[in-house]
Design a protein around this ligand. Structure first.
Ligand code: GLU
Length: 310
């Protein structure tokens, strides 16, 4: 069950959340393989809520662009499902939590090149390969999709950040080569990884991401009509709940009680079905790769508003 917006109004609640959760001293980590992310000041904190009725509330650094990283995987999955009437994607990737880290090689080898879900890196590489069949530059297609849904032209690919990450992408290349070896990749490993890294390097603000994710809270209805069917929106939300927070999905469900997808840029996109989409961003990460301050803030927000799928 979800509940409607509650008094006190959301604006002051978000201001309070920012006051309580903006990091005062450096704690947590940044990903070692993406040099660009280490340069982001530790005390950045922003939050935005886009409601199903069309309002947007925000506070803190909600208008500062950040690297969306794996939050992109929610949107590439939605794009892949849009054109996949035959369900062929689901013969190439499963829908089970992995219980291993997002870039683990071991499970992919043991399970013969079929990734556990579309939100770990191996699964996202399969989704990118699937998109590239129709659109070789899937990253630019994703950018257009995000601009349309966010009703904003602010999003851009940080090509320098992408090049920096690509230079340290041995592990993603290894995953792609495993997939290729098992016959689960049609394009070259190099082209898929390059495209995937460019998707991850898209820069957006909390406000833009909350708006872009709103179709998932509105039965698949986006800014300009149907993005995915109501069933697909429900299914994407289910995969977010079970697989969206790396191998901390259980802990996040326990603390927040909502479907979410995080990225190692420190962003988390959360869906409150029928009510709103929320994006929080703070760049330092816990040991599982999720935003430290962002997760704590969402746990508070869910308690304060009563928003939960349980
Ligand atoms: N570009 C990152 C990687 O592939 C994304 C990781 C993430 O945000 O989970 O390592």
């Amino acid at each position: 069950m979800t509940t409607a917006l509650k008094a006190p109004p959301l604006g002051p609640i978000l201001d309070d959340i920012v006051r309580s959760h903006r990091p005062q001293r450096e704690a947590g980590s940044v990903p070692a393989n993406i040099p660009f992310l280490g340069a982001v000041p530790f005390d950045r904190f922003g939050i935005a809520v886009a409601t199903a009725s069309g309002e947007v509330f925000s506070s803190g650094d909600a208008e500062v662009p950040f690297s969306i990283q794996s939050i992109s995987k929610v949107f590439t999955l939605a794009m892949a499902l849009q054109g996949d009437r035959s369900g062929s994607l689901w013969s190439r990737v499963l829908r089970e939590p992995s219980g291993t880290s997002f870039n683990s090689l071991v499970q992919l080898e043991v399970e013969h090149g079929i990734p556990r879900n579309p939100f770990i890196n191996a699964g996202a590489l399969v989704v990118t390969d699937h998109l590239m069949k129709e659109t070789p530059d899937a990253a630019t297609r994703l950018l257009r999709f995000l601009a349309t849904q966010a009703a904003s032209t602010g999003a851009y690919i940080d090509e320098a950040a992408a090049a920096g990450e690509l230079a340290g992408s041995s592990r993603n290349l290894a995953l792609a080569h495993f997939l290729k070896d098992f016959g689960n990749l049609q394009q070259t490993a190099e082209s898929v990884v390059e495209n995937y890294v460019r998707q991850c390097s898209i820069m957006m603000t909390c406000v833009e991401l909350a708006r872009a994710g709103l179709f998932l809270a509105r039965n698949g209805q986006g800014t300009h009509g149907t993005v995915v069917s109501a069933s697909e929106a429900k299914r994407i939300g289910s995969i977010m709940l079970t697989c969206g927070m790396y191998d901390a999905a259980g802990e996040f469900a326990y603390r927040v009680g909502l479907p979410g997808k995080s990225g190692v840029g420190g962003g988390i996109l959360v869906i409150v079905p029928g009510v709103c989409a929320i994006c929080v961003w703070s760049p330092r990460l816990d040991a599982k790769g999720n935003s430290l301050a962002g997760t704590a803030a969402l746990a508070d927000l869910s308690d304060l508003t009563g928003w939960s799928v349980f």
